[in-house]
Design a protein around this ligand. Sequence first.
Ligand code: ADP
Length: 226
Amino acid sequence: MIRFVDVSLAYPNGTVALRNIDLAIDKGEFVFLVGPSGMGKSSLLKLVYREERPSRGQVLVAGRDVSRLSRKQVPALRRSVGVIFQDFRLLPQRTVSENVGFALDVIGCPKREKHRRVPRALDLVGLSHKADAYPDELSGGEQQRVSIARALVNNPPILLADEPTGNLDPETSWTIMQLLAKINVKGTTVVVATHDRDVVDRMSRRVVTLDQGSIKDDRERGAYDA
Ligand code: ADP
């Protein structure tokens, strides 16, 4: 589903964020990407949704080389990759429903379809009762659930999470991880970049450890050992 073939990424200022990454993530996998801050986790995710392009090597998503996509093809890639972030990135002036529906407006989804999909996405994350609330009326965990609903409303085969629990207390972090696990069970490939040691150790999933932009370790049901 996601493949990196000898990928390196240097930013314009010369910082080498990733070096010679070879990585294959299969359809339906749940993978943690771990390592201290600055080790290249976000950069690796950005290559998957083509926020960045590799300086060398190939990044393949669903069999397509993402650096070769034309500008016109990028939106289709982005629809197949849902992304959530530490800071939720919700629109403060829009309700929960509107925030989730916005992802559909952008792609010109017909209204009737939108009225079907938004409630389904909110139901998936357990927030149907907050559909008309505004983000600042919600807890951090609830806001992250809204951002998950927004990421999934297009039904993408891949969900990327960049430090999704970075702003949440341990208990809430755990419920968010359980939600990501539930989404994974339904068939979505999930990649979570985190330095939340407790969550990684409790979940017992594949753990890919980055160190200074290189893969230091990759093991099934691993522990956080960065
Ligand atoms: P992590 O997600 O593990 O914290 P990042 O991928 O954000 O790591 O960063 C990896 C390295 O790349 C760091 O040294 C960081 O400072 C650098 N970096 C990240 N984004 C940029 C950028 N846009 N320009 C220059 N350097 C960057």
